[in-house]
Design a protein around this ligand. Structure first.
Ligand SMILES: Cc1cc2nc3c(=O)[nH]c(=O)nc-3n(C[C@H](O)[C@H](O)[C@H](O)COP(=O)(O)OP(=O)(O)OC[C@H]3O[C@@H](n4cnc5c(N)ncnc54)[C@H](O)[C@@H]3O)c2cc1C
Length: 484
């Protein structure tokens, strides 16, 4: 009889936690429990990748009638109905959450619908009052969106709130220049919302390839997004009906009516117009302000430091290459460690944890050459070094092409795509691949295999093109655009 209730207690039922629990229980026969305080599936399934991607799909229909007419279809413009979409969206999220619960049960994982915190290196206290012990504890509590310290910031919403909005706003100000800010700018613009975006830096999508960033920013502006770089919000407050004679927001329901017609001070939150002052001197009223200004690891009030777990930058749990914390029995994976905050990475970290601890095969997590996509319009797929990073490391050749793709050029749209390879002059290896194009996420998944395998530019060249496609340009770029 073991001295512990379980071999493994997982805190957090998101991407990383669910995968680790399922694999440990299902494949190694470990006795596993998992606590989830909110909904199974976590950020990705409930308030991140999945609902966001469904919103991307919804927004992409905006151009379809125009394009279809160019292709000879007799088609009328339609209108987007948020409530219809939101209903289907939530049905789908409910279905997915049920699948997650079912998978855990089928693997033999005992689940607790409760918040968990550590009492000591082997003990977990649940919000139900139960106390459980485990040989190993895995913290997979993810992260949460944070508002900046701006006067009146509580008037704004965060990405978690978008999927539950009662109505879509007519106008929105999005603060931030990261991928979440840019994706929602494109989504909402496609759904007919008038989008203004402020970003304090010189260019959106900091850290990504500069040429790609420029192309995406230009395309976003071209599509109607009022993007202001070098601009931040100085202050904000709920707007009263007296202050804003503009009737633009009168279509919205709820507290806004109290604001406009009852003249009482509205409760801040979704549905209440917001007056902002920008650092660019703008003084404007928006139906809504969305903060996409960063995320913080969920480590507060978890008993982590009391149990001896070291926290690092911004409260993230510090771990070694095997995801082990400063306390040998406690491991941490996913966004709570703030390494590479992507769903497939959290899942991979969970699997490597099980491999290391329950399968006796110590396996460090490989964070090198991870492909990823940003679902802006146009989409961006990327892997490896940016041109700027590579140039700082070694002499390179840059193969780059930008063109109007056949599909949308035929329909008279100005869209441009870009394909770019960063090649080491010495080894000829492709060090980075960056694609701005419709379907770039799908393309980079496959190109990523070649790059991860260490393919050279000549390997790309030896591969025969698939014609007519956009991606054929990846294997037909003959002359470097730049080198040095
Ligand atoms: C808007 C948005 C879009 C995104 N888009 C993408 C994308 O396109 N592609 C991509 O790869 N990644 C994307 N991400 C990132 C991705 O969602 C995360 O990297 C991923 O979900 C991290 O998984 P995790 O297991 O670490 O944490 P999470 O999925 O956040 O799960 C943590 C879980 O722990 C629970 N929890 C927290 N504290 C406790 C506690 N004390 N007790 C019990 N339970 C607790 C939470 O309720 C949550 O369910 C997106 C994120 C956001 C916000």
């Amino acid at each position: 009889m073991s001295e512990f209730d379980y071999d493994l207690f997982v805190i957090g039922g998101g991407s990383g936690g669910v995968r680790a629990a399922r694999v440990a229980a299902g494949e190694t026969g470990a006795r596993v429990a998992l606590a989830e305080e909110s909904r199974y599936g976590g950020t990705c399934v409930i308030r991140g990748c999945v609902p966001k991607k469904l919103m991307v799909f919804a927004s992409e229909f905006a151009h379809m009638p125009d394009a279809a007419r160019c292709y000879g279809w007799d088609i009328q413009d339609g209108a987007f109905d948020w409530k219809t979409f939101r209903g289907h969206l939530h049905e789908e999220l409910d279905r997915l959450e049920a699948v997650y619960r079912k998978m855990l049960k089928a693997s033999g994982v005992e689940t607790f619908d409760a918040r968990a915190r550590l009492r000591d290196p082997h003990t977990v206290e649940l919000s139900t009052g139960e106390v459980k012990t485990a040989k190993h504890i895995l913290v997979a509590t993810g992260g949460r969106p944070v508002r900046p310290e701006v006067p009146g910031a509580s008037c704004g919403i965060v990405s978690d709130d978008i999927f539950d909005l009662e109505d879509l706003p007519k106008t929105i100000l999005i603060i931030g220049g990261g991928y979440i800010a840019c994706e929602f700018a494109c989504i909402l613009n496609g759904l007919g919302v008038e989008v203004t975006q402020y970003y304090r830096g010189a260019q959106i999508l900091r850290g990504f390839d500069e040429e790609a960033r420029g192309l995406i920013a230009d395309a976003m502006k071209e599509s109607g997004i009022d993007l202001h770089t070098g601009t931040n919000i100085a202050s904000m407050e709920t707007a009263t009906g007296d202050e804003d004679p503009d009737e633009d927001t009168a279509h919205m329901s709820g507290p806004i009516e109290a604001t406009r017609y009852g003249k009482s001070e509205p409760e801040p939150g979704p549905g209440v117009p917001v007056r902002i002052k920008g650092t660019n001197g703008q003084d404007r009223v928006f139906d809504m302000v969305l903060f996409a200004t960063g995320r913080a690891p969920n480590t507060e009030d978890m008993g982590l430091e009391e149990a001896g777990v070291t926290l690092g930058r911004r409260g993230a749990i510090e771990v070694d290459e095997y995801s082990q914390t400063s306390v040998p029995s406690i491991y941490a994976i996913g966004d709570v460690t703030d390494r590479l905050n992507l769903t497939p990475v959290a899942i991979r970290e969970g699997m490597q944890f099980v491999e290391t601890v329950f399968k006796g095969n110590p396996t460090p997590v490989d964070h090198d050459l991870v492909p990823s996509a940003i679902f802006t319009q146009p989409e961006f797929g990327t892997i490896g070094l940016t041109e700027e990073e590579a140039r700082d490391i070694e002499p390179i050749e840059v193969y780059s092409t930008s063109f109007r793709p056949m599909n949308t050029a035929f329909a008279g749209r100005p869209d441009r795509v870009m394909m770019k390879l960063i090649v080491s002059k010495e080894t000829r290896k492709v060090l980075g691949c960056h694609i701005v194009a419709p379907g770039a996420g799908e393309m980079i998944q496959l190109a990523g295999i070649a790059v991860k395998m260490g393919a050279t530019k000549e390997d790309f060249d030896r591969t025969v093109a698939v014609h007519p496609t956009m991606a054929e340009e990846m294997v037909t770029m003959r002359q470097p655009a730049r080198s040095g």
